[in-house]
Every structure is written in C-alpha cells, then in structure tokens.
Design a protein around this ligand. Sequence first.
Ligand code: NDP
Length: 453
Amino acid sequence: MSANIDNVMQGFEAKNPGQTEFLQAVREVVESVNIAIEKNKKYQDAKILERMVEPERVLMFRVPWLDDDGNFQINRGYRIEMNSAIGPYKGGLRFHPSVNMSILKFLAFEQVLKNSLTTLPMGGGKGGSDFNPKGKSNNEVMKFCQSFMTELCRHIGPNTDVPAGDIGVGGREIGFLFGQYKRIRNEFTGVLTGKGRNWGGSLIRTEATGYGVVYFAAEMLKANGQTFEGKKCLISGSGNVAQYTVEKLLDLKGTPLTVSDSGGYIFDEAGIDRNKLQFIMDLKNNRRGRISEYAEKFSSAVYTPADKTAEFNPLWNHPADCAFPCATQNEINGKDAQNLLDNKIALVCEGANMPTTADGAEKFIESKILYGPSKAANAGGVAVSGLEMSQNSLRYSWTREEVDSRLHTIMKDIHKSCMEAAETYGKKGNYVDGANIAGFIKVADSMLDQGLV
Ligand code: NDP
C-alpha cells in the first residue's frame, strides 16, 4: 500500500480501537481501491477515503421494555447513518445478542458500496440491537419493537433514512416497527422496507436476497460457459437468505445438500428438494424450531451439532461444486477455505455479509475460483427494497414478474460492472476488487460534486 493509504489506515485504527470487524471491512476495501485513489489526485486532496470511513452520524440509545413476567428489561439500540452521498441512508436492522458498534459499522460501511452497485439512489446505513428474539413471546417481541421505534422514529423518514430487516428482523418485526412509527408520527409513508403485501410491501422482497445471490452466481458461471445443472451446493444458514438461495438453486436445477443454524447443520445426501424446503420454511418461519428436527424427519440427512471449539466447520468439508455462506460474518475461516479448495470447490458466492475471514478470502482469490463477494452478490435484497421505495412513492405496485425481472437485470448489471471495473484496473476475474472499485467510484464522485459536507 502507498504511504498515503498507510497514513489513512493508521489514523483509522487509532480512532476505532478494538472494532475488529469494522477494521476488517475497511482494510479490504482500502486495499482494493488504493489503485483508483493513486490514479486520482482529486480523491486524495478531498480526503474522500478519510471521510468515507467516518459515519455521518451514529445514534445509540436505551431500549427499555417489560417482559411477560413483568420484569424490566434494558437493551441497547443503534443506528449508523454512514453515507448519504447518493440517496437517503438505507440498510437493515439486526436484532442479535452479538450486535455491537463494530459489527454495525462494518455492515453500514459495506452497505454504502453495495447500494452504490445496485444503480439505485440509496445511501448506506445499518442499525439494530443486542436484543435476542429467540425464545421471546410474540408479545415481548412487539413490546421491544415498539420501544425501539419510539426512539428511532425521531431520526428516520422516507427521505432521510429507510431501515429494513436483517438477522432477527423479518416480516413480523417490520410490522410491529411500522405500526409504532405510524402511531407516533401520524403518517403512512414508506419509512421501512420489507413491509407486508397489504400495506405497501413489494412482491419478491422476501425472496430477493437469496434469488439475487443465485442470479449473480449464475452470471459468474455463464461467463465461464457453465450452468447450475447437476451442481452440488453447500448452503449455510436456514433463515431468509438461505431459504430463497435454496429455492432458486432448485429452479436452476442445482442440488442443495446442506443448511444450518447456530446449533449445527444437516447434510442431506439425497439433496434438499421442494418438499423438504417447505418443511424448513415452516420450521423456521412459523414454528421457530431448530434445524436438528430436519434430520429427525428425513432419514437421508445427518445432523452434526456445532462445536465452537473446533478449528473448522465440517459443513465446508463436503465435496461439492458451489458454496453459499448465508448465515453470518466470518463463518468461513482460512481452514474452511482450504478445505473447500481441497475438495475442488469451483464457486463461492456470499449471501451473508462478509462471511469469509481475510485469510479465507485471500485463498479464494489466489486460487482463481469464481468468488462472488457479499457486497455484490447479496445486493438483490436492498435492490428490491429500493424498488419498494419507488412503488411507495408512486403509490403503485408492480407484479411479481415485473419485480423479479428488474431484480434479475440489476444482478446482471452488478456482475457486469464488477467484471468491467476489475478489468479496467488490471485485476481481471477478481470480483472483490471489481465490486469495491465500482462501488467506491460512484460514491466518491458524488461526494466530490457535493463539496465538503
Ligand atoms: P435470519 O435471521 O433470517 O437467518 C440467519 C441464519 O443464520 C439463521 O439460520 C441463524 O441461526 C444463522 N446464524 C445467525 N447468526 C449466527 C451465528 N453467529 N452463528 C451461526 N449461525 C448463525 O437472517 P438473514 O437470512 O436475513 O441474514 C443472513 C445473512 O445475510 C446476514 O449476514 C445478513 O446480514 C445477510 N443479508 C441479509 C439480507 C436480507 O435481505 N435479509 C440482505 C443482505 C444480506 P439461528 O436461528 O440459530 O440464530
């Protein structure tokens, strides 16, 4: 890296001590965009990179609520408004006990570049809480969401900041959050995306991230003269992104073999078919059960419990053609990446945000397999959120086919712009550099246009 970039990173590390995930995300981007910054003195003079890694605004607030036994509970709420150069802040809310400032800042930073890649006018943000929805009653989830929105509603709006779902925040939570926003502000607007179909939601939003991941992967295969037909696929997670990744893989004649949750994973040697996927959707979305139940129901599957002390995750150690990490950050470490490569994996496409550690990503890039980074591959979710915003503004709704076709076109365009940016900067075939550079340039140029703000 150049001396200039080294200085930026030193200042950044000093200002954000202990924020390991944020540092990991920024370092990866800085290493990719270094070449574009070196070539463009305007970016250096205007300190674009230094400004981009500093959130425009960080909100942190108390979320008090009463549980079903009448006990007082206190959680911490956050919203990171990272960058509004190309549109209102946009990005999900995550409810998970691991949520902290580092994780949300990494997600918000990635979101800025991801939203830029979608071609839609959306800035980047992210938020959430260390609240754990697991094991809570519907009533408790509603009370928590209402308290969370009582504070958040002062800071968001359809032209300011438009949150959506993420881990632990699905249709149920978006409903409770929207209801409280409407009640306090007395306005019915498109302030959240991922809404129910009856009250302003877009068709295909639920499916969009998973479908988009597979559309992106299909483009990578197509550029190499291949299709999904007959390809064995490993998928982690069993939530929103994993479910619709499996569904679209089935549409394209791939064979999904695994899914997981934080308790462990199942390997189904007969393949996960539509009937089994329906079981997973009911288990996770309605009964809110554990994935171990899959192996109790289907004899062709083996369940392996998670071992947090192990050096690697056995899910990534099965021979397969394609891998789709769709659970959480840093779920593929260097050893997992090596296991995948030793088993001749040909494609890794990231549904979760930053699911691969830095050393794992380096192995994928060096091996020259097809490697689709999250900020490009999982941008379909936010893209359809952008389409939901457009439909809300128009007070109109598009058909399922219309939204799906727009999503497909957006994913093809993202794939193309990543490929072209990589090639322009001498990194042919490197989708990581391509995504970072293409996303960065649009935001950087918009920041230049808007002056020192
Ligand atoms: P869900 O909450 O629907 O599902 C998350 C899945 O991952 C669950 O199976 C969960 O298991 C598992 N998981 C979560 N945390 C961990 C952990 N620490 N260790 C092991 N397993 C874990 O979330 P989504 O499917 O919406 O999100 C998954 C990923 O995709 C995240 O990285 C998210 O940021 C990203 N993403 C989501 C988008 C969306 O539209 N929803 C858009 C773009 C990216 P368990 O239930 O046991 O916790």
